[in-house]
Design a protein around this ligand. Structure first.
Ligand SMILES: [Zn+2]
Ligand SMILES: [Zn+2]
Length: 387
């Protein structure tokens, strides 16, 4: 536990820099960038951090920003993502997105501002740091899993532990929540194309209608979800069913698409085999029909918090925030999973408010009132770190 006097000093410093962090967060919000194209976002962050003694490192993907504060051979990594998503913002905030069709709907603007704040504060308290802290501002968390590439490029090779947060609607504002073990899911997408044979709707015997077979597959997948997958904390949800375009034409194909999530790394292959079997059974009942399955598990690791990482987050939270032990993992995916592969650490949720708009909604806007609590968490994790 941190010394209460040190906590007071940290809180005072955080209050001082809060207006600057809110301003940075809103600037990032109004000029969102997606994927690996976060060059201007990292430039904004670097401009704020240039007044610290941060030792900047060469970027690994061009648009990332990596810097260190402190001394010593023990290194801990703090990671924030900073990419936005392709989504039209529907609110009329004064700092609303200036880029049509792109917005910060996942709160990565808040994550980036919080980690910037932690670097500003820890720079002032660097003589108290028991370890070197590596700050990683990462692009491409959404859809392209750039965290995996950052790890493959060695961003954390010499780090003993890694920590990250995600703002979370539904939890009281400023509260901290996590658990030991799997916390965010692994997963990806699937696409099944059922190939029949097109003909006139009035002469179905002249063709092969792919729709009944596709419907059987979709129903089978629902059964799979309700039984074996649910028992194994996993899912394969059908979200798209597309076929046909006119009332009197039997189409050539029917396409089913959806999302796959699981918490146990080995389950991806097992789910793929189960879906393939289900498809084989459905097509066996209809002569001349065939089906292709594309199964793409792009986030193939779940976020697994280590015991030590979980306890560090819990202890840091108890210095200043409401602590909520998470009752179950979330089925959302996070490429922070790769930072924790073979390394101590944890990901935790920072409550944005109980009735807060959902992540990825068109009215989502990170809650500036919790930035201070997020900064304090990283400061406490760093200053109280025990190798
Ligand atoms: Zn997201
Ligand atoms: Zn996110």
């Amino acid at each position: 536990m941190l010394d209460p006097q040190l906590i007071d000093k940290l809180q005072k410093k955080i209050r001082e820099i809060l207006p600057e962090l809110i301003s940075l967060r809103r600037q990032i919000h109004s000029e969102p960038e997606t994927g690996l194209d976060t060059f201007n976002t990292s430039k904004k962050i670097k401009a704020v951090l240039s007044k610290t003694s941060m030792n900047f490192k060469a970027p690994l993907l061009g648009s990332d920003l990596i810097g260190e504060i402190g001394e010593g051979n023990t290194i801990i990594c703090f990671r924030a993502d900073m990419d936005a998503i392709s989504h039209e913002e529907s609110s009329d905030l004064p700092y609303k997105s200036l880029v049509p069709g792109v917005m910060h709907a996942c709160g990565h603007d808040g994550h980036a501002a919080i980690l910037t704040g932690a670097a500003l504060v820890l720079n002032e308290f660097r003589d108290h740091l028991p370890a070197r802290v590596r700050f990683v501002f990462q692009p491409g968390e959404e859809l392209i899993c750039a965290g995996k590439t950052m790890i493959e490029n060695g961003v954390c090779d010499d780090c003993e532990a890694a920590f990250a947060l995600h703002g979370w609607p539904g939890l009281p504002a400023g509260s901290i929540s996590t658990l030991e073990g799997p916390f965010f899911a692994a997963g990806g997408t699937f696409e099944i194309t059922v190939h029949g044979k097109s003909c006139h709707g009035a002469t179905p015997d002249k063709g092969i209608n792919p729709i009944p077979t596709a419907a059987k597959i979709a129903m089978g997948m629902q059964y799979l979800n309700d039984t074996a997958l649910r028992l194994n904390n996993s899912l394969a949800t059908v979200c798209v069913f597309e076929s046909g375009h006119l009332e009197n034409i039997i189409p050539d194909t029917a396409v089913i698409k959806g999302t796959v999530r699981f918490l146990d790394q080995g389950l991806g292959d097992i789910i793929e085999t189960a879906v393939r079997k289900l498809i084989d059974c459905a097509i066996a009942e209809q002569n001349g029909i065939r089906a292709d399955l594309k199964f793409d598990i792009s986030y193939d690791l779940p976020v697994v918090n280590t015991k030590k990482g979980y306890l560090a987050v819990k202890s840091a939270a108890e210095t200043h925030a409401a602590w909520i032990e998470a009752s179950s993992p979330t089925m959302a995916m996070e490429d922070f999973a790769y930072y924790l592969n073979g390394r101590e650490g944890a990901m935790f949720q920072l409550g944005l408010g109980e009735d807060y708009p959902a992540l990825h909604s068109s009215i989502f806007d990170f809650n500036d009132d919790v930035i201070g609590a997020g900064v304090m968490m990283f400061c406490a994790l760093a200053l109280d770190y025990r190798a």
